[in-house]
Design a binder for this molecule. Structure first.
Ligand code: BG6
Length: 478
């Protein structure tokens, strides 16, 4: 379904995110017929480029990041016609008059801040004082949204000075992933799961986001961040919220976000013994974290595992184990809901019983897997065996399931539609920092160093212990 025609200005239009995600994503939406022909995309950055120069950059980005089957020359040419550029000084005066002159009335105006957060304030102020943005315009802001509660509050206040909350779209690209949205469909469009979606039936939940990449090339940013700020406070927190939240009364932006906020507020502080931090070592012919971060004394974690408790009626007593790391054995993100034992077993446990699990594979090989017990075939008596009821999107949905749009495509179209459901509200971000801050301050105060782990492994040994000591184990990363 096509969205309304728009003018989208991308600040930081020549940057890495624009090249890798935003511009190729917009092209794919154009290719799919979702971006109306009257729409325009305006790159805005410091570089001294003209329209032709920026179009060349966009064409190169399409070449590199759009799959062959969607790269149609005529289509690309039509897309490029809709692209222009303005060289702008975010903290000065240059370029703002030109930008204003480029804006049209009667179309949706959106401004994407794909720049360092330090520039958010200057850009917001200039958009409003120059009359470029109006009360219906939307702004899109990228992570990192602050590095602690105080900086997030300051950012929120800066944006709020010029834009209303309903105009602000804080991106967490995990919310744009198909499978992440599917969490809500699975929970709230089926009667099957919700009755047992609670501590009474669920032993624990495991959320894993494992990556094979290291931090090479972004060491300077990452070293000030670490896995906790880079992945847990935002992406993992959003996953946890979608699993743990109460059913919203409607699939409505504020109804959904209200429920997520309640989960964040119900999170307990995390005890030091429930946290394992790791840093990847050199290996396999590649440098370790220390070399990539260029800080030989770095105590920043590239891996974190933690046990989190949600103190509310639904979840009291059921821990959520989170882990995320770089340079791990495989790129594999999944959520596993591990159920309890049946209250009474008529079978002998020794005969092969294992717990039911609902595994939601976020990426790659998006799909769902329900592990159930059946009788092992054969005449050997009642022996049990665990088998998967396995659903892969690609198999179940054919072409549509195999061709899952990138998170950014979905999210940018939602901005144009004016739908904030998959964006973080200011209070949500602040609540997540309010939870994360004391945890980070805790290990910084204790001067803790992360434990080394081998690249290609499943993380530090202590992370295994985190589960073992509770009589549980992580699912294998594959
Ligand atoms: C980003 C983090 O937000 O998410 C990166 O800054 C991380 O460090 C990335 O690699 C992971 O995203 P995805 O979509 O590849 O799982």
């Amino acid at each position: 379904i096509p969205v309304d025609a728009f003018d989208l200005v991308i600040f930081g239009g020549t940057g890495d995110l624009a090249k890798r995600k935003i511009l190729p994503g917009l092209y794919r939406r154009f290719w799919a017929g979702q971006m109306p022909a009257e729409s325009r995309i305006i790159g805005a950055a410091r570089a001294d480029l003209d329209d032709a120069g920026f179009r060349k950059l966009v064409a190169d980005a399409i070449d590199e990041f759009v799959s062959q089957d969607k790269r149609d020359e005529a289509m690309i040419a039509q897309f490029l016609e809709r692209i222009s550029y303005v060289s702008i000084d975010a903290t000065g005066t240059g370029g703002w008059d030109q930008l204003k002159a480029m804006m049209r009335s009667g179309v949706v105006r959106a401004f994407y801040f794909s720049v360092a957060p330090a520039l958010f304030g200057a850009i917001a102020e200039r958009l409003s004082s120059n009359g470029i943005a109006d009360s219906e315009s939307r702004i899109v802001v990228e992570k990192p949204f602050g590095r602690d509660l105080a900086s997030a509050q300051a950012l929120n206040a800066t944006l709020a000075a010029h834009f209303a909350e309903r105009q602000i779209y804080r991106i967490d690209h995990y919310l744009g992933k198909e499978t992440v949205q599917n969490l809500m469909a699975v929970r709230f469009a089926n009667i099957l799961f919700e009755p047992i979606w609670k501590a009474q039936y669920i032993d624990h939940v495991q959320i894993t986001v494992a990556e094979t990449v290291g931090v090479e090339g972004r060491g300077a940013y990452y070293d000030k961040s670490g896995a906790m700020r880079d992945m847990v406070q935002n992406h993992m927190m959003q996953l946890l919220c979608l699993i743990a939240m109460e059913p919203p009364y409607h699939f409505d932006p504020n109804a959904v976000r209200d429920e997520k906020l309640k989960v964040i507020r119900a999170l307990d502080p995390v005890a030091p013994q429930d946290i394992v931090r790791g840093q990847y070592l050199a290996g396999g012919g590649q440098g370790g974290y220390i070399e990539h971060s260029e800080n030989p004394a770095s105590r920043t974690e590239s891996y974190i595992a933690m046990k989190v408790h949600i103190s509310n009626w639904r979840w009291a007593g059921t821990p959520f184990y989170l882990r995320t790391g770089k340079r791990m054995r495989a790129r594999a993100s999944e959520i596993a809901i591990v159920f309890k034992e049946p209250p009474h077993s008529i079978f002998d446990h020794a005969s092969g019983w294992r717990e039911n699990q609902l595994v939601i594979r976020l990426q790659p090989n998006e799909g769902m897997n329900l592990m159930v017990m059946i009788k092992e075939p054969g005449p050997g008596g009642m022996r049990l065996v665990q088998v998967p009821l396995d659903m892969s999107f690609a198999d179940a949905l054919g072409e549509e399931g195999a061709d899952i749009p990138d998170a950014y495509e979905r999210l940018i179209m939602d901005v144009i539609r004016g739908n904030q459901t998959l964006f973080m509200r200011g209070d949500e971000v602040e609540a997540a920092w309010a939870w994360a801050d004391p945890i980070i301050e805790g290990w910084e105060g204790r001067g803790e160093k992360p434990q080394g782990y081998d690249p290609g492994s499943s993380g530090p040994d202590d992370a295994l212990m985190l589960m073992h000591r509770d009589g549980r184990r992580w699912r294998e990363i594959r």
